[in-house]
Design a protein. Sequence first.
Length: 378
Amino acid sequence: MYQFKYADDKISDNELMITIPSITIGVGVLSLPSLIAEDTIGSDGWIPIISAGVFFVALAWLIVKVASMYPNQPFISFASVLLSKPIATVLTILLALQGFFITAFVLRIIADLAKEYLFDRTPVEVISLCFLLVVSYAVSGSRVGLFRLNMMFFPIIIFIIVFVGIFSINWYDASNFLPVFQTDFRGYLNASRNSLFSLTGLFVLFFYTSLVRKPDKAPKKAVYGMTMVSIFYIFIYFMCIGVFGYAGTANVNYPIVEIAKEVEIPGGVFERFDSIFFVIWIMAVFNTVTMAFDSSLYALKSVFNLKKIHYILFLTPVLFFVAMIPKDVIDVREFGDFVSLYGLVITTLTAIVLFTIASVKKKVSSEANTSKRRNSKS
């Protein structure tokens, strides 16, 4: 099969920046307002969203900073330098598993959503399989091409959310935002946990930073990208609270989709705007899945030197099987909690350990060079 090759197989720092909302904004944001409203009162949910956002901004900076210290080197190379080859290999496989789990979980969620809102007579297995085959085809091509798709889809996704927000403003009730600062500490803690779980996916930065042409600018762009995600989440949360109130939002599984169902465009151009919204939102989900799956392939290929197509042919049926394991909504939510917790722990520990060791080595090397200069002068 012919595969188009880009000029240098490199990406810009802006494309890395857009990768962060592309991998983070997916199915999680659809249920996030509901999960946060369960533990907060009034409009207090913006506080845990910002808290989680600050944490992930720092985490994104850490990941890209340590990767940019070793420009153009894949993760397993600089991790081997900082730790050792065996430990680096284990970390690479663990991070690859994170991408695998995210892919399987999102496949199941998107299939359930599509069945509920679009294809009520189509089995979940058929929807999931069709989506998985498209994703597998996408990741079999150029890796850099996926970043071009991110750049193309992202403005459309932002536009549709802003569009829904504008056309639902007539339903806003200012009293829904009250009272303020009435949530107790435990409520903030639980809501912050749910916010943290909805923002996982930054592990891809361990692998994709090596593709950036100007890695020195990458840490700043990573901060910008994660900040955009936080602002985007707060905007959606306030939209849902303004329309439903915190009690109503807590009792709706996907409040943003329910708002889209009620949007009426003047002139009756579209009778079911929610279908258009969902079709466009599949773009965001597609970005999330392709980035997660491709990162796993990237990681595994650095450990086991096999062709990409071999991994795709093996992992695609395994992904489908894992996605179909949950039997009901409760099982799906528990699977999502496991995936999020696993990713949060692995990504955070890996970033902190690598950054700490890299900083110490850099400081020791700098002091050694300074000492040599002094000795040579004397």
